[in-house]
Design a protein around this ligand. Structure first.
Ligand code: GDP
Ligand code: MN
Length: 383
């Protein structure tokens, strides 16, 4: 789950990671004006959407007067912010109002888990303020990694070494060490899988501040973080994924045109591979789960078909505790109530596959025996 910048900064404050002073979030130009007034008449207005690159897209503006604040807010609130990360755009519903700061240096700092070393790792660079992916491509030497031993924890000297290797200003080393240690504690205790400060800013008045903050919390740990409940509710940007979450369906939208329903994450991923190999593009990952009943199968089919990109559906079920005839019943019930305009290929194997096939025989559903055959069929039908 992603946190908005303002939520991430509230979290950072609890851990004494320095952030610019702010006057909260606002959803109307009047409230933005009042917030800027409370900061002394000048302020930075920042769009709160889940995307990087807001600056370049026009989602970060400095207001030098109250009139300007109202004007900027009127333009920004409600606008569709098209960033390089989200080209289709995100609607700006709320903005954060902060004290304006004068940045003299922009650094990059993040903490992420590294699955290879099975440790959390700091990523540090003097080239902050821009996309770290771009830095990695153009100047990989400018990026320093520091992995943290989970048993020993952080050693100050290692942080200093990393700060020197990354060529950050040594005059700020002490402050950056404190900053990094607080950030690390915040990252660990919030069960984050990303804590990214870009930029970590050195200001003209000598402060080290988190000018921006992107946090991602491990979804599997949300049960022990009641403080993120509100953020979790509004964190799904994709309306189909939000609906799936409400219905407790394991679904990820992938953007292609072949809708998929399979059972088990492994079979689902293999089916995605087969569709790709056959030259198609999966619209989604959907794991119907073990022992799915007809009603659940119908619901999953409805969710898949609600995506207007879907031009065909592939159902690939390996019956173990799941009964193939139960799946067939669910699919048939779904097609009877939904207005289905696309071809549906069904491959059933395992428990009660023959009973399932018998039910499908008198329908428009297209049977297939193997996964490869099923993938080839749906891809050719979708075209
Ligand atoms: P992002 O583009 O979505 O990553 O948003 P950021 O919060 O990182 O802002 C982008 C850029 O705007 C930063 O790298 C800064 O250069 C600039 N910026 C943000 N806040 C301030 C501020 O208070 N003062 C100044 N001078 N620049 C700022
Ligand atoms: Mn940023």
């Amino acid at each position: 789950m992603k946190l908005h910048e303002y939520q991430a900064k509230e979290l950072l404050k609890k851990y004494e990671v320095a952030v610019p002073k702010n006057a909260g979030i606002a959803t109307t130009p009047e409230a933005v004006r009042a917030a800027v007034e409370s900061l002394g008449g000048r302020g930075v207005i920042k769009a709160q959407v889940h995307s990087g690159g807001r600056g370049k897209a026009g989602g970060i503006k400095v207001a030098n007067s109250l009139e300007e604040a109202t004007q900027i807010a009127a333009n920004m609130l409600g606008m569709l912010l098209k960033t390089h990360q989200v080209p289709e755009g995100l609607t700006v519903e709320q903005v954060l109002i902060e004290e304006p700061i004068t940045i003299v240096q922009e650094y990059y700092l993040s903490v992420v888990p590294d699955r290879n070393s099975q440790r959390n790792v700091f990523i540090l660079s003097a080239k902050g303020g821009m996309d770290i992916e771009a830095v990695a491509e153009e100047d990989p030497e400018a990026i320093v990694h520091l992995s943290i031993d989970p048993l020993i924890g952080i050693n100050d000297f290692e942080l200093r070494e990393a700060i020197v290797s990354a060529k950050l200003d040594p005059a700020f080393a002490n402050k950056i060490v404190v900053f990094m240690k607080s950030l690390y504690r915040c990252y660990l205790e919030s069960d984050s899988i990303l804590a990214e400060i870009n930029p970590m800013a050195i200001t003209s008045d000598g402060r080290v501040l988190a000018a921006d903050a992107k946090f991602q919390i491990d979804d599997s740990a949300l049960f022990r973080h009641k403080e993120f409940e509100a953020a979790a509710q509004e964190s799904f940007e994709d309306p189909f994924e939000a609906e799936a979450h409400r219905q407790d369906i394991a679904y990820v939208r992938l953007g292609g045109d072949v809708g998929l329903m399979c059972n088990g994450a492994g079979l689902t991923m293999s089916t995605i591979d087969e569709v790709k190999r056959a030259g198609g593009n999966p619209a989604n990952f959907l794991d119907v789960g073990g022992g799915a009943q007809a009603e659940r199968v119908s619901k999953c089919l409805a969710l898949i078909l609600s995506d207007p990109n879907v031009k065909g559906v592939l159902i690939n079920i390996f019956g173990g505790i799941t009964w193939c005839d139960e799946v067939a019943k669910g699919v048939i019930a779904g097609t009877e109530t939904l207005d289905v305009k696309v071809p549906i290929v069904v491959r059933l194997a395992g428990t009660r596959a023959q009973e399932g096939a018998a039910l499908l025989a008198s329908t428009n559903l297209i049977p297939a025996t193997t996964m490869q055959e099923a993938a080839a069929k749906i891809v050719s039908l979708v075209g």
